[in-house]
Design a protein around this ligand. Structure first.
Ligand SMILES: CSC[C@H]1O[C@@H](n2cnc3c(O)ncnc32)[C@H](O)[C@@H]1O
Ligand SMILES: [Zn+2]
Length: 432
């Protein structure tokens, strides 16, 4: 057995207590072997965690990693105008190589901010998968389907691509890659394509992920056309199963919350994107009280504008309180749960908890910083005060991806240089 020891840290346990302990990882299986005050034997590789908090690696439940190339390209507009006037025209100019380069930049940012798993929806997925394989993190990938504005042949081809990609890449990268069937949203994919393809995804045992109830403007046409709330319509289409997860869930009424809870469908809350696009405030406290599995996601870097899950955690707490008009709503414990096990459960991964037998996915946070002093409550610090730059080490599947802030799986300088060049030429093409 090849082993990795993470020594002398404060370890965040699944019940959110913190204990001084070492962690032993079996690198052959990628699992946690032991968590104990002191390990009996030396390991093959050691990571020092003195003065640090060892937490589960953060799980980003909804992202478009390659959109890092469009960070700062178009800001300060609501969703529909932002997509139609700026983002979709620019994405129309993106080559497979752009997606590869943008994905590498996004994955570099994720690793540097302690994220070890991501659910990603985009196009040119083989390029995203290749970047994930090299970067060493976990991912649930899928090709995003848009059928509006396409003829029947092109629409069916898009849906077929999503199905085929999900089948082909499930289990890739030594099992770090899993997949989903990903219609972009309930308004951008026609019902005839959902009726035809969702049963095929079910037959293949593939989960379904889509944007839902993000803005009022997206809810209204569904109510008008189908006489149903969006998630009632989704349930009728067979898109509300326990393995499925939606992004956003901002404008959900009581009946829809009940449907989510009954179905066991996860919701990925994206507070920064919802605030920036002024989409609204998701009723996170009400959803959690109703028993809905809620996780956190950054969405893409063009609507956030970073991929730090620690920022997302703080935003979730702040916005959750505002939405509930209650300072005790979405407390630190809830936020840390959503950041780790909540997101993992929602997207169907076993990560997000530090216990024997669990996947060895960690973020090690340097606590010896002015803004993390004094250490009254480390769960509070994780929710409210820690920043991406406090992450010292990142480990996924038992492999060290970042040691003392040096990313070992990607060449940071080369990734940035390639991204700078690709972003510049992409913007030139898009601006014509
Ligand atoms: C077809 S691949 C995914 C697609 O989603 C777009 N996108 C990015 N952010 C959002 C959002 O908040 N709501 C809806 N769609 C979004 C992205 O630009 C890709 O085109
Ligand atoms: Zn999104």
């Amino acid at each position: 057995m090849t082993t990795l020891a993470i020594t002398d840290g404060q370890v965040l346990r699944p019940d959110l207590t913190v204990t001084a302990a070492d962690v032993l990882v079996d690198q052959d299986t990628g699992e946690i072997r032991e968590i104990a005050p002191e390990l009996a034997a030396d390991a093959d590789e050691t990571l020092d965690a003195a003065g640090s908090l060892v937490t589960p690696g953060f799980v980003n439940g909804h992202c478009h990693v390659a959109m890092t190339l469009l960070r700062g390209y178009a800001d300060d507009k609501p969703l529909d105008a932002w997509l139609q006037e700026d983002i979709w025209p620019a994405e129309g100019e993106m080559t497979p190589e752009d997606v590869r380069v943008g994905a590498e930049l996004g994955l570099l940012e994720l690793i540097k901010s302690g994220t070890t798993a991501v659910a990603d929806m985009y196009f040119h997925v083989p390029e995203v998968a290749a970047a994930v394989e090299n970067a060493g993190i976990r991912a649930r990938l899928g090709h995003g389907i848009v059928t509006v504005g396409k003829d029947d042949e092109a629409a069916r081809e898009d849906a077929q691509t999503s199905l085929e990609i999900a089948r082909e890449y499930d289990g890739a990268a030594d099992g770090r890659i899993s997949t989903a069937f990903k219609p972009h949203s309930l308004t951008t994919v026609g019902s005839e394509y959902l009726e035809e393809f969702i049963p095929k995804a079910r037959e293949a045992g593939i989960p379904v992920h889509y944007h839902a109830n993000e803005t009022e403007a997206e809810v209204t046409p569904i109510v008008e056309e189908h006489g149903q709330r969006p998630l009632e319509y989704a349930a009728e289409q067979g898109m509300l199963e326990p393995e499925d997860f939606i992004a956003h869930g901002v404008h959900v009424d009581d009946r829809e919350i009940e449907l989510l809870a009954e179905a066991g469908t996860g919701v990925i809350h994206c507070p920064a994107s919802n605030m920036k696009l002024a989409s609204g405030m998701a009723p996170v406290e009400r959803m959690r009280e109703a028993g809905v599995t809620v996780g956190l996601g950054t969405d893409g870097a063009a609507s956030n504008n970073d991929l730090s899950m620690l920022d997302e955690a703080r935003d979730a707490a702040m916005l959750g309180k505002l939405a509930a008009d209650d300072a005790s709503a979405v407390p630190a414990e809830a936020v840390v749960q959503m950041l780790t096990a909540g997101s993992a459960d929602a997207i169907g991964l076993e990560s997000g908890r530090l216990e024997e037998g669990a996947p060895a996915d960690f973020a090690v946070i340097d606590l010896e910083q002015p803004h993390l002093t004094p250490p009254h409550d480390l769960v509070s610090h994780l929710a409210y005060a820690a920043a991406a730059s406090d992450v010292r080490h990142t480990v996924c599947d038992g492999r060290v991806l970042m040691r003392d802030r040096e990313v070992l799986t990607l060449d940071e300088r080369a990734v940035r240089e390639r991204a700078l060049e690709a972003a510049e030429t992409l913007a030139a093409r898009a601006d014509g």
